[in-house]
Design a protein around this ligand. Structure first.
Ligand SMILES: Cc1cc2nc3c(=O)[nH]c(=O)nc-3n(C[C@H](O)[C@H](O)[C@H](O)COP(=O)(O)O)c2cc1C
Length: 187
């Protein structure tokens, strides 16, 4: 399906694949990566991820998103401390928090921000980076703590986070295709 190249310190992994001939292969190669090397990602890489995020579709092209790019070690550690399922941020060298402004996009803001989040994951895979989606729940008190940590205005929601770094684990590309979940013409 794809050729492999060595990542930092000789790691090989789905997220460090290059020379893919079929773009669909990037989608199959994207896996949640939770172990990272400490090589920092560059400004250019971060910029590319943010451009990919903002290339996402949005309802009426309202683009209700804002992104908080975090590379400060202490802040990444604090995210890991606060969020029970974001412990990989102790190792990740960056995170992007995807925020949305419901005042701009009404009920579609979360769909718009989800599309942006997935673009970050896919772009990261294509760039040889590992990524992992971090759940956010606006009703949860821990989300308030994260908003305070990151100085997020009250009227803005955090839809998701993405932990980012050079992958230190291999996860195989795979399709989860289930024919029983496909309904042609009608359910
Ligand atoms: C909305 C959403 C929230 C998620 N939240 C977390 C999370 O907080 N922590 C985590 O380690 N993985 C999280 N994940 C990743 C899922 O666990 C992962 O996508 C799933 O197990 C399938 O594995 P794969 O991403 O390697 O295909 C989340 C994924 C989605 C779509």
């Amino acid at each position: 399906m794809q050729k492999w190249r060595k990542g930092p310190r000789g790691t090989m992994g789905a997220a460090s694949a290059i020379a893919v001939t079929n773009p669909i292969d990037w989608i199959l190669a994207r896996r949640s990566i939770r172990k990272f090397h400490d090589n920092p990602i560059t400004d250019d890489q971060l910029d590319t991820l943010l451009k990919a995020a903002m290339a996402a579709p949005s309802a009426n092209n309202r683009r209700p998103w804002h992104f908080i790019a975090v590379r400060d070690r202490a802040t990444l550690n604090r995210i890991a401390e606060i969020h029970p399922y974001a412990k990989m941020c102790y190792e990740a060298t960056a995170a992007i928090m995807v925020c949305g402004d419901p005042e701009i996009a009404g009920r579609y803001w979360s769909q718009d921000c989800s599309a942006a989040t997935e673009n970050i994951l896919l772009a990261g895979t294509a760039m040889g980076l590992g990524t992992c989606w971090l759940a956010m729940d606006s009703e949860h008190p821990l989300t308030r703590e994260l908003k305070d940590l990151l100085n997020v205005p009250d009227h803005i929601e955090i839809l998701s986070g993405v932990a980012i770094g050079y992958p230190a684990e291999q996860r195989k590309p795979r399709s989860q295709y289930e024919s029983g979940k496909v309904h042609f013409e009608r359910w």
